[in-house]
Design a protein around this ligand. Structure first.
Ligand code: PEP
Ligand code: MN
Length: 350
């Protein structure tokens, strides 16, 4: 799991969203050295709107080089074009990252991979903006084919049209799938872009540790509220250090026999409940099929909107009384209903 670059866990990357001035980056770097492994700062910023601050550009690379000389930190920045890569190589930047808006485009990733060929530069690949695991894995494959093997993934959450407390939906299941597909690639969580709000950074960081991710990239700014980009989600170096100190790092392989036994007992209970759920779903399916035959014989339509509304309303009411997550129950019953309709359609068309 741990590659040539990432030798300890959690591997910590911190620094501002954007490099704004030489003093700013040097001061932040001095504050976080000793705790963080890598200093991050965007030099070229991919902004949604053209009139936003688009980064200080090439001159910021000299500031990063100074940090590398004057502190114990490695330095990292985002690249999106072969020219960015070329400038970073000239300035001896230690690590490059590919941003979420670039990972979505195989042409860009390929050009970056080509520009890096023969260097064995460590590269962090952020997940693509939308939840497409294939594109994320494809980016690693393109870099691998260019001989780059010091690769890590950065989980920064996924765009979602639904309103939520998060700026980007964490979709933790996506990281679990990535881990299954590419066991060799360390995964670093970026709680800042998931949260979009400095108050959520601590909880998301802990969650990342609880699911055994390898590190954290946290946007850290000397004066977050006046930051020129992402001002709501950045935290001060003091808060960064406090959050890191408070993290609970759990042992993924419980060595203590008593704990193993306790966990086994609890998992046995879950196994029994899951088996009950499946048996109930089978009984439910039998009734759904009976209703399907009834609808066919009486020339009724399969899909009855009021019935779906009634199911969702009663089930979510019950869930809410029991303190269950109402949205989860709504999703579960929408899915159950979808498959009931599919089963009845088969009966109708027989
Ligand atoms: C960033 O790290 O500042 C950034 C632009 O991130 P992302 O590509 O995840 O939006
Ligand atoms: Mn940012």
């Amino acid at each position: 799991m741990i590659n040539n670059l990432i030798k300890r866990k959690p591997y910590l990357i911190a620094g501002p969203c954007s490099a704004e001035s030489e003093d700013q980056v040097i001061n932040i770097a001095r504050e976080i050295q000793g705790v963080a492994d890598v200093f991050r700062a965007g030099i070229w910023k991919p902004r949604t709107h053209p009139n936003s601050f688009e980064g200080v550009g090439k001159k910021g690379l000299k500031w990063l080089y100074r940090i590398k000389q004057e502190t114990s930190l490695k330095v990292a920045t985002e690249v999106a074009t072969p020219k960015h890569v070329e400038d970073c190589l000239k300035s001896e930047i230690d690590i490059l990252w590919i941003g979420a808006r670039t990972t979505v485009n195989p042409f860009y990733v390929q050009e970056i991979a080509r520009a890096l060929k023969g260097t064995n530069m460590p590269v962090f690949v952020k997940n693509p903006i939308h939840a497409d695991l294939g594109l994320w894995i494809g980016a690693f494959e393109r870099l691998n084919k260019s001989g780059l093997n010091n690769l890590s993934a950065i989980h920064r959450g996924f765009y979602s049209s639904q309103t939520s407390v998060f700026r980007n939906d964490p979709k933790w299941e996506m990281v679990i799938k990535l881990r299954k597909e590419r066991k060799d690639i360390p995964i670093i969580c970026d709680p800042s872009h998931i949260a979009g709000d400095s108050k959520l950074i601590e909880d998301i960081s802990q969650m990342a540790m609880d699911i055994n991710l390898d590190g954290l990239m946290i946007e850290t700014h000397n004066d977050p509220s006046s930051a020129m980009s992402d001002n709501k989600q950045q935290i001060t170096p003091e808060l960064f250090k406090k959050i890191i100190k408070g993290l609970i790092i759990r042992d993924p392989k419980l060595n203590n026999d008593r704990f193993i036994l306790e966990l086994k007992n609890l998992r046995n209970k879950i196994d029994c409940f899951d088996s009950d759920i499946i048996e109930l779903l089978k009984k439910r399916k039998d009734i759904v099929e009976e209703i399907g035959i009834f609808k066919k014989n009486n020339k009724l339509t399969i899909f009855q909107l009021e019935r779906l509304y009634e199911i969702l309303k009663t089930r979510t009411n019950q869930a809410s009384k029991l303190g269950l997550d109402v949205e989860m129950i709504e999703e579960v019953f929408e899915l159950i209903h979808k498959y009931s309709i599919l089963n009845q359609t088969k009966i109708m068309t027989k």
